[in-house]
Design a protein around this ligand. Sequence first.
Ligand code: F6R
Length: 245
Amino acid sequence: PIVTIHGSADEGAVAAALELADLVEAKPDAVLGLATGGTMVGVYAAFVREARARSLDVSRVRTFNLDEYLGLAVDDAKRFRHFMELHLFGPLSIPSEHAHFPDAERAQTDAVGAARDYESAIEAAGGIDLQLLGIGRNGHIAFNEPGSSPDSRTRVIELHGATRADAAPSFGGLAGTPERAITMGMGTILEARALRVLAFGEAKAPVVERMLHGEEDPETPCTFLRGRHGDLAVHLDRDAARLLH
Ligand code: F6R
């Protein structure tokens, strides 16, 4: 992988955003794989600025988000679709019919059908050109929690205790935090033509070290990225890179 250690998280976010803008400029109907979470906020802010500065036409871009919680009301502000509307789709007026998410409602009663249809939709779009990825402190990629296989496909999973604990503050405590999600699998993600992993802050340093130097280990799914993809770039800040040697 190409690993870049940026002077700040902002710089790392801008670097990823500029690559996204270049991609959309070169390929206006690009298929973008998107992630949510704190790491991505700066990326989308920078992409919105850049898209406006270049007057980029985003009307033909199609997007596929990695994952969605199960059990939240459609209008719940914690839905990942809401996050994306707020940070990216709204500011750039990306048509909602171009923005795909795994179907969390259907997944409650028909997990297999919801998963299969999401995989089919990605395939019908021609596959993902560039996939943005964050990393959980437990090494998850999307919601491929510890125990996930490198061949895993889109599916419903039980969220790991650490993932729920990290999310709990935004749900007003653990009791209100979702227990399940539907996520692209590691195998699905590895089929994207380019992978861009971002990790900022000291809390990510141990898992970044394992991702870049550790053996493959299903207990730390991010370790499956390094040896299995030919176009993998990693953007870090100094804090996240602190344990690299
Ligand atoms: C989000 C996702 C997660 C996050 C990861 C890091 O769609 O799939 O894997 O990328 O949990 O989250 P933050 O950026 O909040 O540290």
